[in-house]
Design a protein around this ligand. Structure first.
Ligand code: C2E
Ligand code: CA
Ligand code: CA
Length: 688
């Protein structure tokens, strides 16, 4: 048996690997012989075994049921100790030592056993003793209670020796197996533990990566939730002011409409607010300042609502921005119209206070249209439309006004909508014609020029004057097409008169330009084209513009005016005295002529206007090298006064009302010189 031949504890328990090595340590040779004779098979059996094995391949040995021991002998304790040492070193240990108690002269049995056990704790021991040797108690005292020591009393009983040898070697094998198995189990346990540890590590890694993934997912979900919220916020709020937008407002209005249908005593109102002249701020100071102003207004609106009686009402108001400078306030749970008007006034007060943006001190003002719930609204759009209509009306009243919606306004809106669509058709069907009104020299009575004044030949309403449609045409941009038609007709007609009538050889024509037309370079091309097509002398063309044309986009307007002037075309400053009337404008832009508004003239003879004002204007004009046309001369007295004030040119019903081309042709032929003849008698009235 060798250690190398014992791969596992299980294999170790097979017969082949069992350790039956016995060491007899006894000084008495006879004892060795005795024990061997008991434990070793009789020679005859061994001989029979080898004989039958030689004869028969499959012979069963005679001694097959006997236990075979490998017995070695030592005659002194020290020898035994050395042999155990060597056997252990060779990996071939003894299973059992049978040790005599008395072995003079060397170690006695007790000492020998102690030494052997120190060497090999697994070694089983049988101590041979005579009755007179140590008592059991003494042996117990020496070795303590144990399971490896048996006492073999001399003289030997054969069975006892056999039993002892068999049991103790068997026990050694079992103990060895247990030890090996324990090691194996420990190893496998360790392996399992390692595997478990690895698995545990992996599990931990997986748990960690799961936790990481979870954190990542939660972060992503949080980011997504935030993004969703942002998107929702963007969808329902205005980017500049952060106020609710039209969509959110409409939702709230619809909720209030529903409530007003369920609850008779519940009322709410919409305040449609619009800044006055915001476009001027935007155009003259730039969009950045415009945006800042809007942000201030939004804050003021919020503030105005906080300082109203909101708490008493317990309502949930909404301030929203619809677009540009349009804000809508929803007043929830109000008492009635008067209450809504009070809050509107409060808003006006709060908004209309100076605000400083950069270096600019601005005084914003706001117009407000109010609509009150009436139980009949079905949709937010309807109510917003009515509040907008009321706003439109407020704007008509002037700056910074509040107007409450009533049904008549809806009629006006319908009228305006019809007007717009009629105008569109009129442009398509070319329903515009030009009337002319002479501008006369107050000294000679000569017609020096004609002012072209547009008329609309309406298919149903007949001839309409510009007051009925010009402002709408301007707002909607249709003035461009109308203006173009006037240009073509006027240059064609006056060009024709200049070429065919001797009285009209030096006749010029003045054409009115609306502010909008001066903000588009197309006008320059149109003028070039008309001059060219009608071979018209540019110096015979005058363009009339009012001061309001210069209120916005001044840089662009100036550029266009200078461009047109460079062609030899003169500019008249129309309606002078009605607007801001600053003569300084005459120095900044190339005006050749001022047209004094007819309010000055009509008030002259009513003595409402002091002649000195007109005289001062005449003087200033003269000093500035600018001509003056007095508009709206209706009476001979006015003519005389103006002549006295040294005014050179005039226009008005006294000379002629605006007339269609056929009548003007007659007038040109006939002339108006006779009208300015100084007569001594009663006042002369106009000829037409
Ligand atoms: P405006 O340029 O001041 O034209 C003079 C207006 O005063 C004309 O009104 C004329 O009929 C009126 N008028 C002239 N003399 C007298 C008078 O003695 N007494 C009274 N009470 N009125 C007098 P109309 O033709 O109704 O034109 C009104 C305004 O429409 C014009 O005022 C002008 O601003 C605008 N307009 C007329 N034609 C055009 C056009 O072709 N283009 C543009 N953009 N505007 C035009
Ligand atoms: Ca005019
Ligand atoms: Ca005028």
């Amino acid at each position: 048996m060798t250690c190398a031949a014992r791969p596992t504890a299980t294999a170790f328990m097979t017969k082949q690997f069992k350790n039956r090595r016995i060491l007899i340590v006894d000084d008495n040779e006879a004892i060795h012989a005795d024990i061997r004779s008991i434990l070793e098979p009789p020679r005859v059996n061994a001989e029979l075994d080898s004989l039958s094995a030689a004869l028969f391949d499959d012979a069963i040995p005679v001694s097959s049921h006997a236990v075979k021991y490998d017995i070695e002998s030592a005659y002194q304790g020290e020898d035994g100790f050395n042999m155990v040492c060597q056997a252990n070193a060779a990996g071939n240990p003894y299973a059992l030592a049978i040790v005599d108690v008395r072995m003079p002269p060397g170690w006695d049995g007790i000492h020998t056993i102690q030494e052997l056990k120190r060497l090999d704790p697994l070694l089983q021991v049988a101590i041979c003793t005579a009755y007179s040797d140590y008592s059991w108690q003494t042996i117990l005292d020496k070795f303590g209670i144990n399971d490896w020591l048996l006492i073999l009393k001399k003289p030997f009983d054969v069975v006892e020796v056999k039993q002892l040898a068999c049991s103790l070697t068997e026990k050694w094998n079992l103990s060895k197996w247990v030890a090996m198995r324990t090691v194996e189990l420990e190893q496998s346990l360790e392996e399992h533990a390692q595997k478990l540890e690895i698995a545990n590590g992996k599990l931990k890694e997986q748990v960690q990566s799961l936790a990481d993934a979870n954190t990542h997912l939660s972060r992503e979900m949080e980011a997504r939730r935030e993004a969703d919220e942002r998107i929702r916020h963007i969808a329902f709020h205005d980017a500049l002011t952060g106020l609710p937008n039209r969509m959110l407002l409409s939702d709230r209005i619809n909720e209030c409409i529903e409530r007003s249908k369920r609850q008779q005593d519940y009322h709410f109102a919409l305040l449609y607010c619009d800044l006055d002249n915001f476009k001027i701020v935007n155009d003259s100071l730039g969009h950045r300042v415009g945006d800042q102003l809007l942000t201030h207004i939004a804050e003021r609106l919020r503030h105005a609502l906080r300082t109203t009686t909101r708490d008493i009402r317990g309502g949930y108001d909404v301030v929203s921005r619809l677009s540009g400078d349009e804000f809508v306030v929803l007043l929830d749970n109000i008492i009635g119209e008067e209450h809504a008007m009070q809050i509107a006034d409060r808003i006006r007060e709060v908004v209309c206070q100076t605000v400083k943006i950069d270096q600019n001190e601005l005084l914003p003002s706001i117009s407000i249209g109010v609509a009150i719930s009436n139980g009949e609204y079905d949709d937010a759009t309807d109510m917003l439309r009515d509040a907008d209509t009321a706003l439109y009306h407020a704007k008509d009243l002037g700056k910074c006004c509040v107007s409450m919606f009533d049904l008549n306004m809806r009629t006006q809106v319908t009228h305006r909508m019809n007007l717009e669509s009629d105008l569109r058709r009129a442009i398509e069907e070319d329903q515009f014609i030009v009337y002319y009104q002479p501008i006369v020299s107050l000294i000679t009575g000569e017609i020096v020029s004609l002012e072209a004044l547009v008329r609309w030949q309406h298919p149903v309403q007949g001839l309409l004057s510009p007051d009925a449609f010009i402002s709408v045409a301007e707002e909607t941009g249709m003035i461009d097409a109308i203006g173009e038609s006037v240009f073509r007709q006027a240059l064609d007609q006056v060009g024709h008169w200049r070429n065919t009538l001797s009285e009209a050889r030096d006749l010029s024509v003045s054409i009115n330009l609306s502010p909008r037309q001066l903000r588009n370079r197309r006008i320059v091309n149109l003028i070039d084209e008309c001059l060219h097509n009608h071979n018209f002398d540019p110096s015979a063309l005058k363009l009339e513009i009012t001061e309001s044309a210069m209120m916005t986009d001044l840089a662009m307007v100036r550029e266009i005016i200078e461009d047109i002037s460079a062609r030899g075309i003169e500019f008249y400053l129309d309606d002078f005295g009605t607007g801001y009337s600053s003569l300084s404008i005459l120095h900044t832009l190339p005006f050749s002529t001022i047209k004094l508004d007819r309010s000055f003239v009509s008030n002259l003879d009513k003595e409402l206007e002091s002649p000195t004002t007109v005289q001062a204007i005449v003087m200033l004009a003269k000093n500035g090298g600018v001509k003056l046309v007095a508009e709206g001369i209706e009476t001979y007295e006015q003519l005389c006064q103006l002549r006295e004030l040294d005014c050179e040119l005039g226009q008005g019903y006294f000379f002629s009302k605006p007339l269609p081309k056929r009548d003007i042709e007659d007038l040109l032929r006939k002339g108006t010189r006779h009208l300015v003849q100084v007569e001594t008698n009663a006042p002369i009235t106009a000829s037409i």
